[in-house]
Design a binder for this molecule. Structure first.
Ligand SMILES: Nc1nc2c(ncn2[C@@H]2O[C@H](COP(=O)(O)OP(=O)(O)O)[C@@H](O)[C@H]2O)c(=O)[nH]1
Ligand SMILES: [Mg+2]
Length: 338
């Protein structure tokens, strides 16, 4: 990780990043470190684990953790929630990154359980905050584990969204900030990628899927022109085409992260090769504040209203109806208001 302090001027946002961006963090009010909770969802083999390691610039989950013997390979394991906490420094800002990975998602024939479990997980975190708000004596150690962003990994088919993609994003878009990404995007040519992105965005519009689409600041907010321009640029990039890797080569005395192929290398942090570096900057710097604020002010607020007005319990009961074991399997309890 970068050793630099906040005083340094014009430091690259990441040791590997080639792009020069402002050398100070945009979100300034967090002394103890800013907690940021990201969930990774997508079918196995799309590079979630590799993405996590690439994002954190260290091996958070080693290769052993993802090895599956050939005899076990055909058995679909139930989906799990795996937590990883990594302290990072981004342009002088300490970030406590909590990653929730969901291995096993989409591996079975019926994905209904996966959708329910993820929704349940997200809502349980809201319920805990709601309970905490109502406590007379506040718990000073309370850990806010609301999911600030859900990165949904789309399979690089080059065709269009599949039913599972539409379903997951449609159901959870009102409960968290969904950022769609194309996993293993180096398997598409630049031309294929452009067309694929267009098709995905058409599908998202057609199905009215509520993803996080870098909205411009609302009227009355001090949204400056630069932000409006930046958000328009990011909207046009959606879904982010990500590439992850575990290899670092030395190029002119500088470390460069790559995937090496017989015909050349893909540089993970090179904007011309993938959107990874831009996405990293969005998550850890430019939009970390927006994602956190939107989670609290809009998404949680809506959930809270629904819950207190009695709309959520019915839904939660319907969810839990056939499968009372879902929450137990997660080791959690969902408190349904009487
Ligand atoms: N081509 C390509 N392969 C990748 C990429 N990221 C990961 N992989 C490979 O895809 C396989 C599955 O990756 P892994 O991170 O374990 O996926 P997960 O199951 O989603 O956690 C491994 O062999 C990785 O080396 C990528 O961006 N492009
Ligand atoms: Mg994995």
């Amino acid at each position: 990780m970068k050793e630099g302090s906040g005083e340094e001027q014009n430091v690259a946002p990441s040791v590997y990043s080639h792009v020069s961006r402002p050398g100070s963090h945009r979100y300034k009010n967090a002394k103890k470190g800013l907690p940021f909770n990201v969930m990774l969802v997508g079918e196995s083999g799309l590079g979630r684990t590799t993405f996590l390691n690439t994002l954190c610039e260290r091996v958070v989950v080693d290769a052993a953790g993802k090895q599956v013997s050939s005899e076990q390979a055909h058995i679909a394991e139930p989906m799990q929630f795996k937590h990883y906490t990594v302290e990072m420094e981004e342009d002088g800002m300490k970030i406590i990154l909590n990653v929730i990975d969901t291995p096993g998602f989409g591996d079975g024939i019926d994905n209904e359980n996966c959708f329910m479990q993820i929704q349940e997980y997200i809502e349980v975190q809201f319920d805990e905050v709601l309970a905490e708000e109502n406590r007379i004596k506040r718990n000073t150690k309370f850990k806010d584990s609301r999911v600030h962003a859900l990165l949904y990994f789309i399979t690089p088919t080059g065709h269009s969204l599949r039913e599972i993609d539409v379903e997951l994003m449609r159901r959870l878009g009102s409960r968290t900030n969904i950022i769609p990404v194309i996993g293993r995007s180096d398997s598409l040519t630049p031309r294929e990628l452009v067309l694929f992105k267009q098709r995905i965005m058409n599908d998202i519009a057609q199905h009215s899927i509520p993803i996080f689409s870098f909205p411009d600041a609302e009227e009355g907010d001090e949204g400056d022109e630069e932000n409006v321009e930046e958000n328009a640029e990011l909207r046009a990039m959606l879904p982010f085409a990500v590439v992850g890797c575990e290899e670092v080569i030395n190029e002119d005395g500088r470390p460069v992260r790559v995937r090496s192929y017989p015909w050349g290398v893909v540089q993970v942090d090179n904007d011309a090769h993938s959107d990874f570096d831009r996405l990293r900057y969005v998550l850890l710097n430019s939009h970390i504040g927006d994602l956190r604020d939107r989670t609290h002010n809009e998404i949680y607020e809506r959930y809270r209203t629904e819950k207190l007005s009695g709309t959520v319990p019915a839904q939660a009961m319907a969810l839990a109806g056939d499968e009372p074991s879902v929450l137990e399997a997660m080791g959690m309890q969902h408190t349904v208001a009487a």
